[in-house]
Design a binder for this molecule. Sequence first.
Ligand code: SF4
Ligand code: SF4
Length: 427
Amino acid sequence: MSDNIYIKSNYNIFLDNFVIFNLISKNYLQLNESLYSYLKRKNKFAEKDLEGVLDKLLNANIITQDNELLTLDYLYNSLKFDRTKASYIIYPTLTCNFNCNYCFETTKKESLNDSKTIILKNFLTKQTKLLSELSIRWSGGEPLIVWEKIKKITESIIKSDPDLKYNFSLATNGYFITKQIVKELNSLNFSSLQITVDGTRDEHNKIRYTKYDNDTYSSVINGIKIASQKLKVIIRFNVNKDNVSSFDDFLLDLQNHSVNNENIEIFVKPIRPKQDSSFCCDLINDSDFNKNELAFYEIAKNKGFKYSIHPNFNSNLRCLFHHINSFVIDPNLNLYKCAAHVSLNDKKVGIINNSEAVEITNLKYFIKTLSYSPIAIKECRDCSVLPICFGKCPLIWDDTNQPVDIGCIPDKVSYIDKFQQLFSNEK
Ligand code: SF4
Ligand code: SF4
């Protein structure tokens, strides 16, 4: 009698409590100890050895007969060219009340004017008729400076198709958050608010200040406190060489201000000044940052805070750069493929024109942005994180001689612990 042979997926994570999580299916199974150990130990299995559990294991992709790289290539390419979805990062203003010296927007003052606001609103409402999923992240500048415009545009999108699958979020410096704004964000179904902090009080105030306020930290912490009562708040802790050891103290301070931990998720990012910005501080390089990533995760866990997993881990793309239908939109309705490109003329790929449609004006560069593939890079093909990462950051990759670990997601070194935490939180 012939017996089918199955192989263990390359993308299983063996977690506590006999749980196996698969990174392709994003499914997990909790097994008995002997089956868990058996699957951990062996790489190939005969059908007769898995009687009674075969279908369950196959459905969760814990075992497979497929070439998994082909599956991942298919998942990546089918989403990359899927025009039924769109994700936009919109900069309604480049104006900011803060003067962070690493930020390129400090010298730019443009905001959406009235006519561009109408074009943008009409473009987005038309999109609701064409799409099955729409994700909009408002950024800036400080987007709450033009909150009334964002509110009106969002209301009209929802009105145009209340049943579409939306995801609205907003990235702010936290200074202008009030109970009223949080109430409005809630009623418009914003999924989260991202607030950036640059260290403990003194460190933050040294980098992030306004013309009239040398203690913006107090307002930002108050904003986090107000927002976390009702909304998911994602705190982005910007790290440089001076504040790399302050993460613990910052979390202690958050605890002392009685924020609502349940609604808070934290992640740490190295500061990367954009073109034409001056330097704020001693920058930490990627490999030093990655070495600290696990320590940040441990500190957050010990203080009772959730630590973010790579935000696109459940998508099949690294970021919107790779998606044919997704763009970063500036206040003049110019289109880019990465937020780091805003205001760089040679990186502009198109515009939302006066007919309220996307017009590609730099086809050569647009095609190049769609030419990257993780499967073409050996390090990615061999990488156990490929199904949650989907390849190098193209900006970093193109700028280097492509050494190992460059342009990777920070989770490459910490993903097992993070999934362990995610699973523990869900139980
Ligand atoms: S973590 Fe690095 S090597 Fe692994 S898939 Fe992502 S970019 Fe490729
Ligand atoms: S910096 Fe790189 S990974 Fe990040 S959004 Fe831009 S292209 Fe994507």
